[in-house]
Ligand binder design. Sequence first.
Ligand SMILES: Nc1ncnc2c1ncn2[C@@H]1O[C@H](COP(=O)(O)OP(=O)(O)OP(=O)(O)O)[C@@H](O)[C@H]1O
Ligand SMILES: [Mg+2]
Length: 273
Amino acid sequence: MEQDIDKLKTQLRKQEKLASLGLLSAGIAHEIQNPLNFVINFSKMSDKLLKDLSEIVDENKDKLDEDDREDLNDIVADLQENMQKIVEHGERAISIIRGILLVSRGKEGEFLPTDICKLVKEYVWLSYHSMRANTKGFNLTIHESYEESIPMVMVIPQDLSRAVLNVMNNACYALWRKSQSAPEGYTPEVSVSVKVVGSELQISISDNGEGMNDEVKQRIYENFFTTKPVGQGTGLGMGIVKDIIESKHGGTVSFETTEGEGTTFTFTIPIKK
Ligand SMILES: Nc1ncnc2c1ncn2[C@@H]1O[C@H](COP(=O)(O)OP(=O)(O)OP(=O)(O)O)[C@@H](O)[C@H]1O
Ligand SMILES: [Mg+2]
């Protein structure tokens, strides 16, 4: 009995520590976002200024001798490349920070009026950037179709964004897998669409990746079911998605898939006023 109590106490202390660690990292992540945004925005502005500068050099090329003109052009080109690197890596850092914020936000989500297209777009691109940061030499094309003037919809934004992220992460992975064995000329593509049908919101994410066989189709929502190698997937993603869309939002998750061809996931969510 006493041993049990001691065990519980240690467990509790551990959990408290973890919780405060979570809050601390969320706080830090939040604070870093702002200066990082400055870095990115000023680099973008400098990149534009460099374009202006090279136009001026062009207009005045008769006044410069050939060598000087070449040097100047080279320097401007190098600077532009550097600026783009700063933007690219800054954006990578931002997406890492968003990830930290996502997991360390503890409290139960509430329904809030939400701009769904903005949310979907943000998390589709977050997934894309973190995939790009982790897989060298792989790229994909994203097609987006967002119905205009969708009114604000009541959803739990932190949960819905997690659902979009999970599905998009899976799509990216399926594309990457297919690209490993696909014939030359294969373009990995994702199509995202958000629209209102009747009194329901429809969010769909399609990929032309590896698709699923019958076993995967049947077990996809099972917790800990994964086809990914150890360390790369826990098999919880789709279970969480189903819980978020169906239990929390009263909607449905459906999918269509063809092995070797691709997969489409659709969330249907009733619009609450
Ligand atoms: N778009 C997709 N294309 C092909 N297979 C998919 C797709 N989405 C899911 N799957 C299959 O369903 C399985 C379960 O997906 P789920 O997201 O639940 O777990 P996971 O991605 O393996 O791990 P994680 O917990 O990191 O998300 C995947 O391992 C994969 O085999
Ligand atoms: Mg997953």
